[in-house]
Design a protein around this ligand. Structure first.
Ligand code: PMP
Length: 291
């Protein structure tokens, strides 16, 4: 495996960062998780745009232009001959001193890992997930805006721990107003009376690229959609539920806080969306290989 470390392709053992890097010391940095399907780097431009927006928000100057970053991602995929897999693109504030001040970090650092990921065991795509809502609330946009895909994921990690403590693979996070925001690394959708509904972005979910793709698929298939506020009541009484994310793809949810959804079986609309999504994954994006 070759890792791209600031533009140099190095062996895994040589891919190391400084203990003075503020990405490590303070979670001061931004990242993207990207998938490659049959050599197609799915929606790479959208990921790069989001990365640069996250960087702009935290006033982190990426050392490359968007175009150069795209080229580096493609180069890394090619060097690893990765036809199907998962990429992690990280930009950190870089090494500085032990204080918080990012001005003491002269140069941002980046790396790209080309590997794989299994977020949920394969069997759950068939039988569906049982998930729970957890006590830890989603960050408010006035604190650390959830649109920023930063290296500071403790809010979500706490929620994940709470889910695992209750033998659940995933958590639904509620915001301070009591509205559903998202899962720890995925967006959430329900189907109710034939309408596909997902929490509005102001409820604290990330502007997920898979979420956006699912909304586009629904529009194409003439399935009605709505972005709205949603409480636990809407979750419990949903006809169907599923989670979306680059790593998760589209995964059915069949139980929420011990309330069965669709009689404990993945729903019909969920299946349609999943199949359409998988078709698109080889089409939209940047082709890394000529063949
Ligand atoms: N929410 C959070 C908190 C995430 O970290 C992610 C993806 N990593 C998502 C939602 C899904 O976003 P995307 O579809 O762009 O992968």
């Amino acid at each position: 495996m070759l890792i791209n470390l600031n533009g140099n392709l190095v062996k895994k053992e040589e891919a190391v960062v400084s203990v003075f890097d503020h990405g490590l010391l303070y979670g001061d940095g931004v990242f993207e998780g990207i998938r490659v399907y049959g050599g197609n780097i799915f929606r790479l431009n959208d990921h790069i745009n989001r990365l640069f927006n996250s960087a702009k928000y935290i006033m982190l100057k990426v050392s490359l232009s968007k175009k150069e970053m795209i080229d580096e991602v493609v180069r890394t995929v090619k060097a690893n001959n990765l036809r199907d897999g998962y990429l992690r693109l990280v930009v950190t504030r870089g090494p500085g001193d032990l204080g918080l001040d990012p001005a003491k970090c002269p140069k941002a650092f980046y790396f790209i890992i080309a590997a794989g990921i299994t977020l949920y065991p394969e069997e759950y795509y068939e039988k569906g997930l049982s998930i729970i809502t957890v006590p830890t609330r989603r960050n408010t946009s006035e604190a650390l805006n959830p649109q920023v895909k930063s290296l500071n994921y403790l809010n979500n990690i706490l929620a994940k721990i709470e889910a695992k403590n209750h033998n659940s693979l995933e958590a639904v996070m509620i915001n301070n107003e009591g509205y559903v925001s998202e899962a720890t690394g995925d967006n959430i959708f329900i189907v109710k009376d034939g309408v596909l509904i997902t929490p509005s972005l102001h409820c604290g979910g990330l502007n997920g690229i898979t979420r956006r793709t699912v909304l586009e698929i629904a529009a194409k298939l003439k399935i009605k959609t709505r972005e709205d506020v949603m409480t636990r009541y809407e979750l419990y009484t949903a006809d169907e539920c599923f989670l979306t994310g680059t790593a998760a793809k589209v995964i059915p949810v069949v139980n929420i806080d011990a309330r069965e959804i669709n009689g404990g079986k993945p729903g019909r609309v969920t299946g349609i969306i999943f199949r359409e999504y998988m078709k698109l994954t080889k089409k939209m994006g940047v082709k890394a290989f000529k063949d």
